[in-house]
Design a protein. Structure first.
Length: 177
């Protein structure tokens, strides 16, 4: 499979990156081809809501979304990777999701497989309730097929994450595909 990982953490060597690396290793072992897109360093602007795209058509904003669009529409799977920011995804990742607007129907028609990789400082059982609700709703709406979620409770720093069970979970998720 061709897998596109939307890497939504601004920290290149942070906890999200640890899960992404482990996932990619597992997926590679299973024979898949992963491309990690560092969206925090890409030129991506928030949707302005002009709807000149008509929910399917050229966006008036000319930035790196055009590249991401091409990659997603030719992929088999998308992975959303994000640290928890105020109980949701990062603004950088949300900007990419909102810009789905201009290729909404095409993306719907792709029926991509999907996964969520996330980390948070908090370890309470409710830590990921809002993020997972959002992710599952997105999956349902856009006709993705969820392949799994790695929810890194208590992963506040790279050291905490490295000694947790979650890198192995991310590896196994990639390996299982
Ligand atoms: C702006 C910001 C908001 C955050 N919000 C939350 C939060 O709502 N809940 C939580 O448990 N951790 C929160 N954190 C902690 C991060 O999710 C956590 O440190 C994570 O490991 C960072 O991942 P990274 O190394 O990929 O940046 C927040 C961190 C930042 C910088």
């Amino acid at each position: 499979m061709k897998i596109v990982v939307l890497m939504g953490s601004p920290n290149k060597n942070g906890s999200t990156a640890i899960l992404v690396d482990s996932f990619v290793q597992g997926a590679a072992e299973a024979g898949h081809n992963c491309e990690v897109i560092d969206i925090c360093r890409a030129d991506i602007h928030p949707c302005t809501g002009c709807v000149r795209c008509g929910y399917e058509g050229p966006c008036v904003q000319k930035d790196d979304v055009e590249v991401i669009r091409g990659k997603l529409l030719s992929a088999d799977m998308v992975v959303f990777a994000t640290p928890l920011y105020y109980y949701g995804m990062t603004a950088q990742l949300k900007a990419v999701v909102d810009r789905f607007c201009a290729y909404n129907s095409s993306l719907n028609g792709r029926h991509l497989k999907s996964a969520l990789l996330t980390v948070a400082w908090n370890a309470d059982d409710w830590t990921f309730e809002a993020l997972t609700a959002h992710y599952k709703t997105l999956v349902r709406y856009i006709h993705f097929e969820d392949m799994g979620m790695v929810l890194g409770y208590g992963c506040g720093t790279p050291a905490m994450t490295k000694r947790s069970k979650y890198p192995q979970e991310a590896f196994q998720l990639g390996r299982s595909l």
